[in-house]
Write a protein that binds this ligand. Structure first.
Ligand code: URA
Length: 169
């Protein structure tokens, strides 16, 4: 890898987005979600009535995995303590986990996206703080499967997040 991609945004954000791992564009720039998936994430954030600067965006992994592979359980486990500290510092009202890898890592369950998304989950941080988590489809998956049904599902998930964060649609 070239750069550490720690995360960026408002360190006091009400909403935190957590992706899987930096891709090539992110590795080269040192910033999360700046490639094609990131551009779609930006559109989602704007549709929520927010600016990218008003949320916090990071990934489970802070460096690009070799060959861009899906992170192994070992890699996510090694990265997780840093993510949990990051969450504790930002202290968001809601976390949106993007895709299966980030959702399974934070929720510590092996379920499919279809059964995880669309409803609230809770995680307890090592400090004892409890944070609400809404899993939704990864924007890279949406780009590959840009159907009306999938877009509607993501929008429905994001509306629940806006309500919890005090910004109803
Ligand atoms: N995909 C991710 O999961 N994270 C990024 O930062 C970019 C693409």
């Amino acid at each position: 890898f070239t750069n550490i991609v720690f995360g960026e945004g408002d360190p006091r954000a009400a909403i935190m987005f957590v992706g899987e791992a930096p891709g090539e564009d992110e590795d080269l720039s040192g910033r999360p979600f700046v490639g094609r998936a990131g551009q779609l994430l930006d559109k989602m954030i704007v549709a929520m009535g927010l600016a990218r600067e008003a949320v916090y965006i990071c990934n489970v992994l802070k460096v690009r995995p070799p060959n861009n592979a899906t992170p192994t359980l070992e890699e996510t486990a090694a990265s997780k303590p840093y993510l949990l500290e990051q969450i504790d510092i930002v202290c968001p009202r809601a976390i949106v986990t993007l895709g299966k890898s980030a959702s399974q890592c934070l929720l510590e369950i092996g379920d499919s996206m279809g059964s995880m998304r669309g409803r609230w989950h809770q995680i307890r941080l090592p400090t004892g703080r409890v944070v609400a988590v809404m899993p939704t489809f990864h924007p890279a998956y949406l780009l590959r499967s840009y159907t009306a049904e999938n877009r509607q599902k993501v929008w429905s998930d994001l509306k629940m997040v806006m309500e919890r964060a005090g910004r109803p649609a």
